[in-house]
Design a protein around this ligand. Structure first.
Ligand SMILES: Cc1cc2nc3c(=O)[nH]c(=O)nc-3n(C[C@H](O)[C@H](O)[C@H](O)COP(=O)(O)O)c2cc1C
Length: 187
């Protein structure tokens, strides 16, 4: 048996019935062979305060350890006011500090997002990409998974029912493994 390719996934939403959590659940159902996806809930990460960055709480320690333990990161982000939710930015800031101890360094990252609106989180996704420049991550370009009219593609039980969306997520996962192998050949 070959090495398992490990992904850590998290959603930039704390909402119980989050559409973005649903995208991660769909990803769990659509994993290629030899790929494992663990989903991490950002609930409990406190507002970042640089005064305490050298004494992170257990939840932040756990988050950083899980990031470091995987080959790649998968983020499902909502769009809030044309950008990324504070909860997601706060989690990224927390895991990137203190200076010199950035857990994201050199990680391949893939992004997807869902919104009931027409733009499918495009603006938030491009802002999210910008954060990962300073963190020295590799963010995959394609396919772009920008799920518009999420309420029509995800049912009341949180299942992604739209076949085109499922196919896109499947394609993203497939590309992610192959592409990660090229940008970080040690994985
Ligand atoms: C503070 C706030 C700002 C929002 N701004 C946007 C926005 O800029 N673009 C958009 O498409 N939807 C926006 N929405 C609607 C979200 O897309 C919607 O609430 C979505 O369900 C959030 O993702 P989730 O289901 O994963 O929690 C906003 C929602 C909130 C609460």
């Amino acid at each position: 048996m070959g090495k398992v390719f490990k992904i850590l996934g998290f959603a930039g939403s704390l909402r119980k019935n989050s559409y973005n959590k649903s995208l991660l659940s769909a990803a769990l159902e659509l994993l290629p062979e030899g790929v494992a996806l663990e989903i991490f809930d950002l609930e409990g990460i406190p507002p970042f305060n640089q005064d305490f960055e050298n004494q992170p709480v257990e939840k932040v320690k756990e988050f950083k350890a899980k990031i470091r333990a995987v080959d790649a990161i998968l983020i499902a982000t909502p769009e809030y006011n044309y950008s990324i939710p504070g909860v997601l930015k706060n989690a990224i800031d927390s895991a990137s500090r203190p200076y010199g101890d950035n857990a994201f360094a050199n990680k391949p990252v893939a992004i997807m997002g869902a919104s009931p609106g027409m733009i499918g989180t495009a603006r938030a996704q491009y802002h999210l990409r910008q954060c990962f420049v300073f963190l020295n991550c590799f963010v995959m370009n394609q396919p772009e998974v920008m799920v518009s009219s999420a309420h029509e593609r995800i049912d009341k039980d949180g299942k992604v029912t739209d076949q085109k969306t499922r196919e896109l997520i499947r394609k993203l996962l497939e590309n992610f493994v192959e592409w990660s192998g090229r940008v970080t050949p040690s994985t």
